[in-house]
Design a binder for this molecule. Sequence first.
Ligand SMILES: C[S@@+](CC[C@H](N)C(=O)[O-])C[C@H]1O[C@@H](n2cnc3c(N)ncnc32)[C@H](O)[C@@H]1O
Length: 294
Amino acid sequence: MLCGANLFFSISTTMPSETFKKDGHTIHWGDVVEVLSSKVEDESVSLIFADPPYNIGKKFSEFHDKWNSNEEYIEWCCQWILLCIRKLKANGSMYLMTSTEAMPYLDIFISKHLKVLSRIVWHYDSSGVQAKKYYGSLYEPILFCVKSETDYVFNADAIKVEARTGAIRRLIDYRKKVPTAYSSKKVPGNVWTIPRVRYRMDEYEEHPSQKPESLLERIILASSNIGDVVLDPFAGSFTTAAVARKLNRHSISIESQEAYLKTGLRRVGITDNYKGEYLRKMPKPYIRKNGKSS
Ligand SMILES: C[S@@+](CC[C@H](N)C(=O)[O-])C[C@H]1O[C@@H](n2cnc3c(N)ncnc32)[C@H](O)[C@@H]1O
């Protein structure tokens, strides 16, 4: 059975563990289960954005994203999901990503503990290898869950987008008591078309799974308020904390890989010096794979 009731919380003792803090932003370099178990206070966090490794064989610096079986991967996810839920305030929200294959299992599991309010599709165009014998994947699923269905933060006005229907054609809604022009703004639906981060974009960092700032902006604006604490248990390139800082929220980030810790220390403004190394964003030479510069 996947994610049985008696989850065993195994804590790795071989991973490094160090904490860095500045101006309301904390970075824990270490293992997610260990850090959540011992270093983050229960019910202290307003918003969690969890974007774990997907068990698809990616290389994250020294970490190889492949479990022995799908069952082991799901069991591991259930461990840190339960810990995340413990860290959420009573009115807190959690956004959870994983692969399209694993999401149904995590959806069933998390639905026992939180209310899933939206099943979001992050849709993007692909410039990668095109599938020829099946339909290639052009999306990643995101669950939006809350602890309390009746008490949670949702700043609808902060995330409104252009309504592409009636307002554009200047239509009048005659179903209303007093006929009114269609509103030109609306809360986005559950399909979000946002381009992936490309090498040429200013926000690009050296990380194989960097999420776009605009994705995190929408999530943080909608589901937290100024001064709230946003937790990212798999910080990667530290998009969540960087956007949280820009939007005047506080942040807690966890990351196991030292290479990405260095990105985080710089991107979140904690320090630009780590073990004597000056942390700067590497300049991009704009050389194409064929060797030509553009
Ligand atoms: C999918 S990436 C996150 C990407 C991130 N959302 C971003 O925008 O860059 C997952 C991250 O989890 C880290 N990771 C893997 N295992 C971990 C563990 N046990 N504890 C903490 N971090 C871990 C990986 O090094 C990787 O950077």
